[in-house]
Design a protein around this ligand. Structure first.
Ligand code: GDP
Ligand code: GDP
Length: 437
């Protein structure tokens, strides 16, 4: 299920970042966990009453030089309209209604997105002195909050989550292999999609539940049903170019959330970028299958070891994705393009693979004999028993005597032993440690 995106819009100084920080939960952890990834204060993960969502502060967009407030507001509103599922329109209850507020309101009204008019800086239980003025904007009955004193934030979030789509699973979608095509602009995503959707495949017409995003394309290949989730299309329609790349990353996150397998498309002439690392890390953390596609291979001058060297560089830059197959293709010449869909299907199966408990415990028993578990102060780690608790991603529970004794490197070793026997190619594996006497 996609994480809904909520954007805060409003003129400078109304309290957007104060509200953002108030609502912000843990930051999208990829931002912290992977080296080389910069912190971004404009988006965060937040949660209210079991609804997890992405919150973005459009105030975090740096103004272009010499840009007027109005031009800046227009950009923020466009980005919010394009990216968000729900928009919080923030105004200032101490200053009252201004001309800029009216302009922003008229931009937001054109969006067919839910907008929640919210009056900030109402620090007492009384209405803002300007409360009734804001009705002129023709929006909802305004919600009054105080971001700095945390008043009524719950009411606001109630109103926000009320607009989230129902989280009912979609049966038709469940039977499909959901593939998110991610990667920077111009790397060849659309060309690859066109190839995949080429002659032999049947594009299924609109089916219930897939209209959520106009750029979802369901199709079949023989017996297999797929849903292509494309993040390229969204950006295409946009008039705004600056900054949008930063925000397209957020859209990519929500595409990854819904996918079983991610196709990370990288331009061979450009290599792995910061944005690729962010999204790849997010996919890894969320347990998605991953296929790395190096496109435009036709342009590269090749010598004996070019592919090997390139693979080494990619493995180096995306070290935690060592399980992901890498394909070198050319959407232009068609070279190796036929491998893409087969690999996606293979990885989807690996991501959903369940292995027998007997076999699993045999592997771990042998692994322990081969390479003694770590010990500390005379106490040695014991692994009593292992069982697979889940798929998508494959998740194993290890019952041990003392969790503290487990080392990351030993867990890696166990993981490698499991992979040697069962593959799990293209998918991350998770371990959960449980203590037992
Ligand atoms: P932004 O420019 O919209 O992101 O606004 P900021 O979050 O930076 O806030 C602008 C100013 O308003 C700061 O001085 C905040 O401390 C103040 N402010 C924000 N929320 C409140 C509030 O609920 N009540 C009061 N009294 N001041 C607030
Ligand atoms: P997107 O923005 O990621 O969807 O990228 P497009 O599919 O629109 O491709 C961007 C540009 O790269 C277009 O001009 C394509 O013709 C070109 N392109 C795509 N794939 C290849 C390829 O394999 N080789 C070469 N030489 N050019 C390609």
């Amino acid at each position: 299920m996609a994480k809904p995106v909520v954007a805060i819009v409003g003129r400078p100084n109304v309290g957007k970042s104060t509200l953002f920080n108030r609502v912000a939960g843990k930051r999208i952890s990829i931002v912290e966990d992977y080296p080389g990834v910069t912190r971004d204060r404009i988006y965060t993960e937040a949660e209210w009453l079991n609804n997890v969502f992405t919150l973005i502060d459009t105030g975090g967009i740096e103004p272009e030089s010499k840009e007027t407030i109005l031009a800046q507001m227009r950009r923020q509103a466009e980005i919010a309209i394009e990216t968000a599922d729900v928009i919080i329109f923030l105004v200032d209850g101490r200053e009252g209604l201004t001309g800029t507020d009216r302009e922003v309101a008229s931009m937001l009204r054109k969006a067919k997105k839910p907008v929640i008019l919210t009056i900030n800086k109402v620090d007492t239980l009384e209405h803002s002195p300007y409360y009734y003025d804001f009705f002129e904007l023709g929006m909802n009955e305004p919600i009054e909050i105080s971001s700095s004193s945390a008043l009524n934030i719950g009411d606001l979030l109630d109103a926000v989550v009320a607009h989230f789509p129902d989280d009912k699973g979609n049966k038709e979608e469940d039977e499909m292999i959901k593939v998110a095509i991610i990667g920077k602009p111009n790397v060849g995503k659309s060309s690859i999609i066109n190839y995949i959707l080429g002659e032999d495949r049947v594009i299924v017409s609109d089916i219930a539940g897939t209209t959520r995003d106009a750029i979802d394309t369901p199709f079949t290949d023989g017996e297999d049903k797929y849903l292509l989730i494309d993040t390229a299309g969204v950006r295409r329609k946009s008039k705004i170019k600056e900054n949008i790349e930063r925000y397209s990353v957020i859209r990519s996150f929500t595409a990854v959330d819904r996918a079983d397998v991610c196709l990370l498309v990288i331009d061979a002439t450009e290599g792995v970028t910061e944005q690729d690392k962010k999204i790849a890390g997010y996919s890894h953390e969320n347990g998605k299958g991953m296929v790395i596609v190096i496109n435009k291979w036709d342009i590269i001058q090749k010598e004996t070891n070019t592919m090997k060297e390139f693979t080494k560089t990619v493995r180096n830059e995306l070290a935690y994705l060592d399980y992901a197959p890498i394909l070198f293709v050319s959407a232009l010449s068609g070279q190796r393009m036929e491998k893409i869909l087969d690999t996606v299907k293979f990885v989807a199966n690996q991501n959903a693979l369940r292995i027998p408990t007997g076999g699993l415990n045999e592997i771990i028993g042998e692994a322990v004999l081969l390479n003694q578990p770590p010990s500390d102060k005379g106490k040695r780690l014991k692994i009593f028993y292992a069982t697979q608790a889940a798929v998508k991603p494959p998740t194993f529970i290890l019952f041990v005597n003392d969790k503290e004794l487990m080392h990351f490197s030993y867990l890696r070793y166990i993981e490698n032993q499991i992979r040697q026997s069962y593959g799990f190619e293209g998918t991350p594996i998770r371990f959960i440690l449980r203590e037992r006497e």
